[in-house]
Design a protein around this ligand. Sequence first.
Ligand SMILES: Cc1cc2nc3c(=O)[nH]c(=O)nc-3n(C[C@H](O)[C@H](O)[C@H](O)COP(=O)(O)O)c2cc1C
Length: 208
Amino acid sequence: MNQENQLQNQRPIIDKEVSWDKTQVIMSKTNAFGIIEYANEVFIDVCGYEDYELMGQPHNIIRHPDMPKVIFKVLWENLKNGKNFHAIVKNLAKSGRYYWVITDFDIAKDEDGVIVNYFGRRQSVPQEVISLHIEPLYKKLLQIEAASGVEFSEKYLIGFLEEKKRSYVEYIKELIFEHEKAQAKFAQYEEEDGEEEERGFFKRLFNR
Ligand SMILES: Cc1cc2nc3c(=O)[nH]c(=O)nc-3n(C[C@H](O)[C@H](O)[C@H](O)COP(=O)(O)O)c2cc1C
């Protein structure tokens, strides 16, 4: 067990959400191995660590034990292949409280095409999406991991998504999109007739 995991295990887990300004974007930059090199003020405010406690640390410093391993496995498979990935993640603040986010990444490569940095941007996720869909799914994945390992939580996730005829990213996009539509938050949805190309959806979500 590495030092960060030990620290993580020593932290109290408090089943309460961090109170934060959910209009803000939480941003961090890492090297190719996920070691934190920069975090914006929102990141610092939400997770409760000081800059000096984060820089040089692996990003799993804010990993929440309720997160199934398989989600990070798929995330890293995409990032290492130079592909953006949108994951819904429960993070652990220094206080022991949690905060849910959806991710968006930029990947910087050197002139030889070797990945040198990742830029992670995170937005809040509607509570209803979490409690109705993501929490039950992640709970199952976590239970499967505890019983039979990540190999089988991955198989379950594949089966779950096959049944829905969606990739993971398509699935979470649809959950958020449907929620927003139901809330009639954005008038243009009606004009779009529910159709929005995936890239366009996440660009709008992250104001890009
Ligand atoms: C740019 C970037 C941002 C990341 N952001 C998070 C994050 O917000 N929360 C998190 O738990 N893991 C994040 N990760 C993934 C971690 O590196 C790590 O894989 C994860 O916390 C699981 O820990 P483990 O790989 O030690 O099991 C990020 C990785 C990168 C490259």
